[in-house]
Design a binder for this molecule. Structure first.
Ligand SMILES: Cc1ncc(COP(=O)(O)O)c(C=O)c1O
Length: 446
């Protein structure tokens, strides 16, 4: 397919997705139509019927508790305390993460944010350089740019995936744009093959935020290894939690040396004599960002269980979502066949209110009455926040988009369902029953 044709197809798909979303707001009273739905039997719990979910609350709490540490983590910490071999833990963790991902250079950091700062220092672009970055993102990705004279160029997310919208980036690129910084929202890999091709065409450095996607991959290549530079966070909520922690990932030795020396005064002395960073022996570039050894010890244990953890969470989500997406108007973010996603924080499903015939608020209320832990959370869009409107922080003021419809769609139409970190088919089946029951009564919700 020619590129233009491809773009037009993607644009059309995106437009119809968004049209469906905005039409939803106008036509909630329309009668639902389409596929056969479960027949009403019991009344809705919010109207006095029995709850669909009777699973014990204490068991539910245990199955959804995160992070999950046990005897192995306790043993690893005790061993460090008993031996004082604290700093030997860092290279061991780095080596094991390197073996897992296959990246040539990496450095463990105190958190993901310090890895981002170091990465932005490493790329050494001219002040005023702009970086294409989703507004649906963690603040550090955008705010830290200001320390280096860079400026965020805010991009939408694709409503079908919740991830970086390359078609929107094509429209927003300027003559000052030098880098592109996609983020794998909630464990869903961005379409890194297309992003890399675009970056090559426009001569952009690819930065990758893999803070949500430990163990995810595309075409067999792990997230965090698609960018020229990348970061992970191991903060407590993440799929591989060390409570606080981060990793910088690099293909290029100079990037690695600059990023490392930015946060580690003792690093330059260890670099080859002909390295341009070696002469900063004794000082580095002024920060101290190395990972806490306790975090590295926990990371080593967590890494051993990461694939099994991802497989279990994926199995549970599939059991749930394979049934839920049969319901009219309910879908999940699109995954390409060559992508292996993971799940961070929640199982996000999306409601098309036009097709379903009722609003997200009505659905949430009905589900919660049935005993489903259905929640929503508006990801703060960076471009709406104060710091991007004040010129004293920036080389030049970031352009503020008038609207990002992909952000609006995902923030406005998602429902978060809990991730289940154990074997619990009975709980999942009760959740499915709750959804089916609500759909069976959907004329009452409209
Ligand atoms: C997408 C994203 N990037 C970066 C970070 C920063 O990581 P940390 O909290 O470890 O500094 C986070 C943290 O939540 C994040 O969600």
């Amino acid at each position: 397919m020619k590129n233009d044709e491809k773009n037009e197809k993607t644009d059309n798909r995106r437009r119809s997705f968004l049209q469906a979303g905005s039409a939803a707001l106008l036509s909630l009273a329309m009668p639902p139509s389409g596929a056969a739905q479960p027949r009403p039997s019991e009344s809705l719990a919010m109207l006095g019927g029995p709850k669909a979910v009777s699973f014990p609350a204490d068991k539910f709490k245990e199955l959804t508790r995160w992070p999950r540490y046990g005897q192995n983590e306790k043993d690893a910490l005790n061993r460090l305390i008993d031996t004082n071999a604290f700093y030997e833990e860092l290279p061991l963790f780095e080596k094991e993460w390197q073996a897992y991902t296959g990246i040539p250079f990496l450095r463990a950091h105190i958190n993901g944010s310090s890895a981002i700062n170091s990465m932005l220092f490493a790329i050494d672009m001219e002040p005023g350089s702009e970086i294409l970055v989703p507004s649906y993102d963690f603040p550090t990705d955008c705010v830290a740019m200001r320390f280096f004279g860079y400026v965020p160029n805010f991009v939408d997310i694709d409503p079908a995936t919740g991830c970086f919208d390359l078609e929107d980036a094509r429209k927003r690129i300027t003559t000052r744009t030098r880098a592109i910084f996609p983020m794998h929202s909630w464990g869903m890999p961005c379409e890194m093959d297309h992003i890399r091709a675009f970056a090559k065409e426009k001569n952009l450095i690819v930065l990758e935020d893999a803070a949500h996607s430990h163990g995810a991959s595309m075409q067999g290549k792990k997230t965090g290894t698609w960018g020229d530079l990348a970061i992970f966070s191991y903060q407590a909520s993440k799929p591989m939690p060390t409570v606080e922690g981060g990793m910088g990932m690099y293909y290029n030795r100079l990037h690695y040396e600059r990023a490392t020396a930015y946060g580690e005064y003792s690093a330059p002395a260890t670099f080859p004599l002909d390295s341009p960073v070696h002469r900063y022996a004794g000082t580095g570039y002024g920060q101290k960002y190395r990972m806490h050894p306790f975090a590295a010890a926990i990371g080593r244990v967590q890494l051993r269980g990461l694939d099994a953890h991802n497989a279990l969470v994926n199995k549970n989500v599939r059991r749930m979502n394979d049934a839920l997406i049969q319901l009219t108007g309910l879908s999940e973010p699109r995954v390409r066949p060559d992508q292996q996603r993971v799940y961070y924080y929640a199982n996000m499903v999306l409601l098309d209110s036009t097709k379903a015939g009722f609003s997200r608020d009505a659905l949430k209320k009905a589900l919660r009455a049935e005993g489903v832990d259905a929640t929503t959370w508006v990801y703060p869009e960076q471009h709406k926040l104060t710091i991007y409107r004040e010129s004293q922080w920036w080389h030049h003021l970031p352009a503020i988009p008038t609207s990002l419809p992909g952000d609006d769609y995902i923030n406005g139409q998602h429902i978060f369902l809990p991730l289940i970190y154990g074997e619990a088919d009975d709980l999942i089946d009760q959740y499915i029953k709750a959804f089916q029951k609500v759909w069976a009564h959907r004329s009452q919700l409209g």
